[in-house]
Design a protein around this ligand. Structure first.
Ligand code: SF4
Ligand code: SF4
Length: 207
């Protein structure tokens, strides 16, 4: 095998292995039947359908996958996971891809979705639940669409769906502990992935 081919194969298998490790499922098991795509409620809106995402992961097309709108539009409804005859947990793959895209700073393709995600998490973290009004205002400010959906505000307020003062605070302490646990787990995962492996463990423990 030529050197270029070896390097390409290493990159492909490295990406596949990383997605597998982070998602806890094996994208290589996907045999492209398309059942996930047929059931996904957001296939019409994405630039890649779910089965195509899986194929690109298998092929190690890291940038194409991490820059796609699809991973940000995925609603984590798990329809794909339920339908997959190969028991591939595609919803978890989407989760893993979003995390990887964020870490790589590759979120321009769906900048507004990334802003909404960050706003929502920030709101939950500080209050224990979402402050819808604040979330919409921040989103419009950060995306420079100041009056987007402004006409819907009064209707939602009249129907009690949106409280200008924010609904009653949620279980803030429990939610805070949740965020702390996730941060600890992520730090441990990062540490594990950067710790060099002992060469002796690759040799079957031989002295
Ligand atoms: S989890 Fe995401 S990819 Fe899967 S069916 Fe739902 S929206 Fe589509
Ligand atoms: S349903 Fe499963 S096997 Fe079929 S294309 Fe989707 S991920 Fe692959």
């Amino acid at each position: 095998m030529k050197l270029g081919s070896v390097a390409r194969e290493k990159t492909r298998s490295g990406f596949l292995a990383e997605v597998r490790r982070r998602s806890g499922t094996n994208p290589a098991d996907c045999y492209q039947c398309g059942k996930c795509t047929a059931g996904c409620p957001l296939t019409f809106a994405g630039d890649l359908d779910p089965a195509r995402v899986m194929r690109l992961v298998q092929l190690g097309q890291r940038d194409a996958v991490l820059q796609s709108r699809t991973i940000w539009l995925c609603a984590s409804c798990e329809t794909c996971t339920t339908r997959c005859p190969q028991e591939v947990d595609l919803a978890s793959v989407m989760d893993a891809l979003r995390i990887m895209a964020r870490e790589a700073g590759l979120t321009q393709a769906a900048r507004e979705v990334a802003i909404a995600n960050a706003g929502l998490l920030g709101s939950v973290k500080s209050r224990g639940r979402v402050h819808e009004m604040m979330l919409v205002l921040q989103q419009n400010l950060r995306t420079l669409h100041l009056f987007r959906d402004a006409e819907k505000g009064p209707v939602l307020m009249l129907k009690g769906k949106m409280d200008p003062l924010g609904h009653k605070r949620g279980a803030r302490d429990q939610v805070r502990r949740l965020f702390e646990n996730v941060a600890r787990m992520e730090a441990a995962e990062r540490a594990a992935s950067t710790t060099p492996r002992c060469a002796c463990s690759d040799e079957g423990g031989e002295a």
